[in-house]
Design a protein around this ligand. Structure first.
Ligand SMILES: Nc1ncnc2c1ncn2[C@@H]1O[C@H](COP(=O)(O)OP(=O)(O)OP(=O)(O)O)[C@@H](O)[C@H]1O
Ligand SMILES: [Mg+2]
Length: 371
């Protein structure tokens, strides 16, 4: 069989590079070669529908981007990260056409929206108890209602990313309407006497969510942490996991001291999950292992549930949290995961494995041993 051609779809133009995704694309192009695939990066504007060809970008050994004409890909791996671009009629039209044409050979078909994901997963009985309660902040009554149940709450945009525009409210009394400590990246910490005052500082829009805060065990003088699980569909026949999904790696991201988020973009760093969990459960290594097992188990239940609502994925990343009792919570699902946390945590082998699994999956879609 001839080599499988994989088109990695994005909207930013080559030449000058692909912005933050450039190093990832370079690494993926190397993984493709190792897996015997022909890969290139392309944009909707680069498709020549009449000729059935596409302008594809590849990196030269020196790392410079070069563009040439390729036949249309056999499989499309969608890596579009810019929501504004998706609203452009030309992009939207081209994507609809490509999705209709490729159907099961098009994977990671959308950018996810935190509110849509919550609604889809909350109806799944096995996930319900692992999701922090989340509501769309349509009226002030929503916040008052949530405050009655949750002493810590987070406010964030439903389509937010990289820890931007997140506000944390900590209740300081037993009265849900009472005093709050308000923290965010952009305004200095404040303590206010009422919930309404706290909400006035948070100033949420109608596209913002309010979410139950999960308080983890305290580490390193109160630095927040989360765990990022990277999962791939394993294209090999006879895959161990019944769903076809496997956990490629799990790393911990640790925020700055005093921060409310653990994202790398907000000053966090990353370490191996084992390292962090040993630190959390210092005197009790068996608890560290048990927490890791629970995180892994939860992670593997997410992709099949997500695919029932959002289509076919080959790769997903999950943001997970642990509460003070060691219970795992699912905070977020990302369909365009980067690799920076893996690199910072020294998980270079997992990074390479992630790349290989992408192209094994792509190959299996053509060779027919996966779906
Ligand atoms: N409900 C919560 N409980 C505890 N910590 C939270 C909560 N919500 C957010 N955080 C902290 O803020 C960080 C960012 O939150 P979240 O993952 O929801 O948004 P985002 O990172 O901006 O989105 P993306 O992961 O798509 O870039 C989390 O990793 C966590 O450290
Ligand atoms: Mg996140």
């Amino acid at each position: 069989m001839s080599r499988v051609r994989v088109g990695m779809l994005t909207t930013t133009q080559g030449g000058g590079g692909f912005g933050e995704q450039a190093p990832l694309f370079r690494a993926l192009l190397r993984s493709a070669r190792r897996e015997g695939c022909i890969a290139y990066v392309f944009t909707p504007a680069g498709v020549d529908w009449d000729a059935g060809r596409v302008r594809g970008w590849v990196a030269s050994p020196g790392g410079r981007w070069r563009c040439r004409s390729f036949p249309m890909p056999d499989v499309i791996y969608d890596r579009i990260v810019c929501r504004e671009d998706l609203r452009r009629p030309a992009v939207d039209g081209a994507l609809s056409r490509l999705k209709a044409m490729y159907r099961g050979r098009y994977f990671n078909p959308c950018l996810l929206d935190k509110w849509e994901v919550y609604q889809a997963l909350a109806s799944d009985a096995s996930l319900d108890e692992h999701l922090p309660e989340t509501r769309l902040l349509t009226t002030p009554d929503v916040a008052r209602d949530m405050a009655g149940r949750h002493p810590v709450m987070f406010i964030k945009p439903r389509r937010g990313t990289q820890g931007r525009r997140i506000v944390r409210l900590d209740r300081r009394t037993s009265d849900p309407m009472g005093s709050y400590r308000v923290r965010s990246q952009i305004c200095r910490e404040q303590t206010v006497p009422t919930l309404d005052r706290a909400m006035a500082i948070a100033a949420p829009g109608t596209e913002d969510l309010i979410q139950q805060g999960i308080e983890g065990p305290s580490i390193r003088g109160g630095r927040p942490f989360d765990l990022r699980a990277l999962l791939h569909r394993d294209g090999r026949a006879g895959s161990r996991a019944e769903s076809g999904w496997r956990l490629t790696c799990i790393v911990a991201r640790v925020g700055r001291r005093g921060a409310i988020t653990s994202n790398l973009h907000t000053g966090g760093t990353a370490v191996r999950a084992r390292t962090l969990l040993r630190e959390v459960y210092r005197a009790r290594p068996s608890q560290a292992q048990a927490a890791l097992t629970r995180l892994r188990r939860l992670a593997l239940t997410v992709p099949p549930a997500l695919e029932r609502s959002f289509g076919h994925f080959g790769e997903l990343a999950l943001d997970l949290l642990l509460d003070g009792q060691g219970n795992p919570w699912l905070l977020e699902v990302n369909s365009r995961p980067g690799r920076r946390a893996l690199v910072l945590a020294g998980e270079g082998r997992a990074r390479a494995l992630a790349g290989r699994r992408i192209f094994r999956h792509a190959r299996s879609l053509v060779e027919g041993d996966d779906r």
